[in-house]
Design a protein around this ligand. Structure first.
Ligand code: HPA
Length: 245
C-alpha cells in the first residue's frame, strides 16, 4: 500500500475511493489528521494531509514524527510526498513539476529523529541519497509514460518558515547549490529513512523564490492558487500511474 502525504494545494486526494478513516495513536502524539484509506483504481492507498484537513498546521508545527510513525505502523510500502516549492533555478517556472534528488536542511528546532530515546543506542542513518531512487524512478517513468514534463533531479532546500525567505537568503541557498526551496521536506525525509520506508518527493513550483523572476517585488501567495491547482491535476495523474492505473 502506497502512502501519499499531501501539502499545500493537495489537501484531499479526489481520485482516492475512500473506504475508511483512522486516527492513529502514536508514541509521538497526534498526526496531522486521520489517515484516509481507500483505493486508487482498485489499488490500496492511504492519504495524509500534512497541514491538517483545514490547512491549519504551519510547516514548523507539523508533527512529522507522528505522521511518519502512523504510516509506518500501517506498513506502507512507500511514501510519495507532494509539496509546493519556490523556484531558485531560472529554468523552473510556476506550475512546473520537479523530482528532487538531494536535500539541504536549514530547519531548526524541529523534532527530527526517532533515535533520541533515553537509553536507546546512538544511531546514525545513511542519508547520502535522501530520496529512494527506485520510487523516484517509478515517478519519473510514470510522468514520461503520460507525456507529462517533469524536471528530474534538483536540490531541495528546506527552510524553517513559516515566513518566506529574504532575497539575500535565496542568493545564499543558490550559492549552496539549491534549485528549489520549501518548508516541509525536512525532517520528513530523514524520519522516513530512519523507519526504513522508501520515500520520494514530487515538488510543484508555486512561485519564483524571493527576489527572482516575477517575485522580484514580493510574493503574493493568493495569486498562486490557480497555478497550484492546475499542476496538482498533473500530479494526481502521475500518482495514479505510479499506483498502477
Ligand atoms: N519558499 C519557501 N517555501 C515555499 C515557497 C518559497 O518561496 N513557495 C512554496 N513553498
Amino acid at each position: 500500500m502506497l502512502a501519499i502525504i499531501g501539502g499545500s494545494g493537495l489537501t484531499t486526494l479526489s481520485n482516492l475511493d475512500v473506504s475508511h478513516r483512522e486516527v492513529v495513536r502514536t508514541p509521538y502524539g497526534e498526526a496531522s489528521g486521520a489517515l484516509v484509506f481507500g483505493q486508487i483504481c482498485g489499488r490500496p492507498a492511504v492519504f495524509l494531509p500534512r497541514h491538517g484537513y483545514g490547512h491549519t498546521i504551519p510547516p514548523h508545527m507539523v508533527n512529522y514524527r507522528a505522521n511518519l510513525w502512523a504510516l509506518h505502523h500501517h506498513q506502507v510500502s512507500g511514501i510519495i510526498s507532494v509539496a509546493s516549492v519556490g523556484s531558485i533555478r531560472p529554468d523552473l517556472q510556476p506550475g512546473d513539476i520537479v523530482l528532487p534528488d538531494q536535500i539541504i536542511d536549514y530547519t531548526w528546532g524541529r523534532k527530527s529523529t526517532f533515535f533520541d530515546g533515553v537509553g536507546s543506542p546512538v544511531t546514525h542513518i545513511d542519508f547520502t541519497e535522501p530520496y529512494d531512487a527506485a520510487l523516484a524512478r517509478r515517478i519519473a517513468e510514470a510522468a514520461a509514460a503520460l507525456g507529462i514534463g517533469v524536471a528530474v533531479g534538483a536540490v531541495y532546500a528546506a527552510t524553517q518558515g513559516p515566513r518566506l525567505e529574504s532575497a539575500a537568503e535565496i542568493n545564499r541557498l543558490e550559492r549552496d547549490g539549491a534549485d528549489v526551496v520549501g518548508m516541509t521536506g525536512m525532517p520528513e525525509a530523514a524520519l522516513a529513512r530512519e523507519l526504513g520506508v522508501p520515500y520520494a518527493a514530487i515538488n510543484v513550483v508555486a512561485n519564483h523564490a524571493a527576489g527572482r523572476g516575477s517575485s522580484a517585488n514580493g510574493i503574493r501567495f493568493d495569486s498562486l492558487e490557480h497555478v497550484l491547482q492546475e499542476a496538482m491535476g498533473r500530479v494526481k495523474a502521475i500518482i495514479e500511474r505510479v499506483v498502477g492505473c
